[in-house]
Design a protein around this ligand. Structure first.
Ligand code: HEC
Length: 66
């Protein structure tokens, strides 16, 4: 399963128009820290409350965030 971002929990909701590629670009998510800040403290934190740190770290790695 790991090794493919589209096998991550994110893809359940993030596909097509809302793919992570697009969202990261639009929202200027460039670092792992920014991703954590958005998902834990941002306006959309509630939507992401079920994600574990591991899920987010894996996504960051797949998306090649610093
Ligand atoms: C339960 C559905 C769901 C899951 C699972 C989910 N997201 Fe989201 N996410 C959303 C929705 C809905 C939005 C709002 C999209 C918009 O604003 O157009 C969003 C927004 C975002 C944003 C932008 C946040 C902001 O403040 O602008 C990021 C970054 C993001 N998601 C990353 C992720 C990552 C990474 C994962 C997997 C580790 C993930 N999401 C899993 C539903 C989900």
């Amino acid at each position: 399963m790991s090794g493919n971002v589209f096998a991550l929990k994110c893809d359940k909701c993030h596909k097509d128009d809302k793919s992570l590629n697009k969202i990261f670009q639009e929202r200027q998510v460039k670092t792992k820290q920014e991703l954590f800040d958005k998902l834990r403290k941002g306006q959309k934190a509630k939507l992401h409350q079920h994600l574990t740190d591991k899920d987010i770290n894996e996504a960051a790695e797949q998306m090649k965030l610093r």
